[in-house]
Write a protein that binds this ligand. Sequence first.
Ligand code: SAM
Length: 202
Amino acid sequence: MTDDNSTPANLWTPRPVEETIDVYRDWAGAYDADLETYGYHTPTRLAAALARHVAPETTVLDFGCGTGISGAALLQQGFNHLHGTDVTAEMVDIARGKSLYEKLWVGEPGADLPRSYDAIVAVGVVSLGAAPPETLSLLIAHLSPGGVLALSFNDPTVENGSYDAVLEGHVAAADVTVLSREHGPHLEAKEMGSDVIVLRRE
Ligand SMILES: C[S@@+](CC[C@H](N)C(=O)[O-])C[C@H]1O[C@@H](n2cnc3c(N)ncnc32)[C@H](O)[C@@H]1O
């Protein structure tokens, strides 16, 4: 299931949600070490982008928190009130061991969140290889008015276009305003970039 760099084979392609969970279940034990080897820049970039629009005392939902790499970047940036959720129990088990989150739970794919948030992040989650494009609508629906969503689209996701189509629909409907969108490094060893996008709910 892995290529010569131990990334799950064909990670950045659309697949049924059950297979996505299988991929991350099988990868959970090696995920942190692999991402450190690759040089994973999006969590730090995205936490810094969020801090330009959201006060540090705000409770932030780390949607698709995985093993907690994104939560650790938020804490490092000064966000001290974190909730986390992910659909892969084995990833959440590793995050739980790091004690980063005030609340942490295993979610059902596509299920409503238990409440609305003033700030949500999705780092490497609403992308090819993870959650489908309609997840963006779910997250926007669970933002408080004026709330901020910061998420990343990796290069294959931008190239694919289906995720941007959903985003453009919400912009056209005036559900959200794009506060910033910046391209930068995602996985250094893969020479892959990502767009870090910050949205405000109108
Ligand atoms: C590339 S990892 C990113 C994890 C973490 N945010 C990070 O930056 O390391 C993608 C995560 O998205 C989760 N995921 C995939 N589909 C999802 C869905 N529909 N809802 C929530 N999480 C999902 C996977 O279980 C996996 O942990």
